[in-house]
Design a protein around this ligand. Structure first.
Ligand code: GLY
Ligand code: MN
Ligand code: MN
Length: 435
């Protein structure tokens, strides 16, 4: 992996310029126990990683803004004994050099060094409320400084949430980030195509899930970006279904929401296709409607539109379709107003995408208006339709659950669908599944 010191270092400089003064303390994520002495696979904190590129647990970034800005990493010591068991550790000196910090120290020196750095700072930038143990540690530093007040030591009188500044930075993806996201999207798109070719009636959902993991790992992705949803038939109408342990029935649809994480960046794709390779008439009707809703939404991903325009466009198409299919009654305006469409479409049409699958960034501006889309933002576009059995629903639609989700980059003159390689027209899906 390319560490790209220049870019990570430039992000730290940008954050310090935005802070203007004060000190930022940004810990990475803790290691988590899964059971007894087994850990979950380690995942760094996205904010910490965004500023460092450093993946080791037990690390903290400290930034001192102002006239003499300074970037400082605290990390685990080199430890030959532990490295024999757990693998390589940089140690402070090598990490300082490789990742371009001004200074680096052992994590064991954190309390002593931070107390010196925090003294006489007017403002502390910290993600208060994120972790009880870090909140307590920071509080203890401030308490210690207070005891030194009579010797003239100043205590920060303001704590600001450093995530607010970082969220705004993370919203706009650099060419370096875009390239990783394109690769992440391509791996996931290939996996979806592979699943369409692999799935057959009477297979189990987990067999198809295994195809995704196989494709993710063999292409170099480090993990799934989130728990994959592999939902046959009625299971697709459970939005966060992830048991993935049912049999795939001939004649049912299979909804798969699966993406990978590559060098920290998520892809997030949903495709829905018939288990036996051929849509029924009712399935094709609903699928064509969701696909048309997605096309209308993607057409609104451009810099003349606000965040919610793709959702509004998808809803407009879906509601008309629900009325035409006799799923909803009344005028389009009435169904929008009374919310009857929510029986079949109960989620929003997308979210920011990046280091987190539901990525950082506000959706509204300071005036509480939907923010305008701008070049280099990345988002998903994911309308759906989920039809549970109900008295007001024609029987041939029962248990059809469809979502179609792509990842999109806003460009100067429209948008780029990063996940375009995952086939999605009815004709392309049926042709692929014939092979
Ligand atoms: N896979 C998570 C989502 O689509 O939001
Ligand atoms: Mn999504
Ligand atoms: Mn998804």
């Amino acid at each position: 992996m390319n560490i790209n010191i220049t870019e990570f270092s430039a992000r730290r400089q940008t954050l310090m310029a935005k802070m203007a003064n004060g000190i930022a303390i940004i810990p990475t994520a803790p290691e988590l126990i899964r059971n007894r002495d087994s850990h979950y696979p380690y995942r760094f904190d996205s904010y910490f990683y965004y500023l460092t590129g450093f993946k080791e647990p037990g690390s903290v970034l400290v930034l001192v803004a102002g006239e003499q800005p300074k970037t400082i990493l605290f990390c685990r010591d080199k430890d030959i004994e532990r490295e024999i068991w757990d693998g390589f550790r940089y140690g402070a000196d090598a990490a300082c050099e490789a990742f371009g910090f001004d200074e680096a120290y052992s994590i064991n020196e954190l309390d002593a060094v931070v107390l010196k750095l925090l003294a006489n700072q007017a403002k502390l930038h910290f993600s208060l409320g994120e972790s009880a143990s870090w909140d307590m540690r920071v509080t203890s530093w401030i308490s210690t400084l207070r005891t030194q007040a009579r010797s003239g030591v100043g205590v920060p009188d303001e704590i600001a949430d450093v995530r607010k500044l970082l969220d705004e930075m993370r919203l706009y993806k650099s060419p370096f980030e875009q390239a990783i996201m394109r690769d992440s999207a391509n791996i996931a798109a290939t996996a979806h195509n592979r699943a369409m070719q692999f799935a057959k009636p009477n297979m189990m959902e987990y067999e198809v899930e295994a195809e995704f993991l196989h494709e993710f790992y063999r292409k170099g992705a480090q993990a799934p970006a989130y728990t994959s949803i592999v939902a046959g038939g009625a299971n697709a109408c459970t939005l966060h279904y992830n048991a993935n342990n049912a049999k795939l029935n001939d004649g049912d649809l299979l909804l798969i929401d699966a993406g990978c994480e590559l060098d920290g960046y998520a892809s997030d794709i949903t495709r829905t296709f018939p288990v036996n390779g051929k849509f029924t008439a009712a399935q094709a009707d609903v699928y064509a409607l969701v696909l048309a809703a997605q096309a209308a939404a993607i057409a609104k991903v451009n810099i003349s539109q606000h965040w919610n325009a793709p959702h509004d466009a998808a809803l407009d198409v879906l509601i008309q379709g629900f009325i035409d299919m006799k799923l909803c009654k009344g005028s389009k305006e009435a169904v929008l107003e009374n919310g009857d469409y929510r029986q079949f479409y109960m989620h929003r049409t997308g979210h920011w995408l990046g280091l987190d699958v539901h990525d950082a960034g506000e959706y509204k501006d300071k005036q509480s208006q939907w923010r305008m889309l701008a070049p280099n933002m990345t988002l998903t576009v994911e309308p759906g339709c989920y039809i549970r059995p109900a008295d007001n629903v024609p029987k041939h639609f029962w248990n059809i659950g469809i979502r179609i989700e792509d990842d999109v980059l806003v460009t100067q003159d429209g948008c780029e669908v990063l996940t375009a390689k995952a086939v999605k027209s009815i004709a392309d899906i049926e042709a692929l599944m014939k092979n």
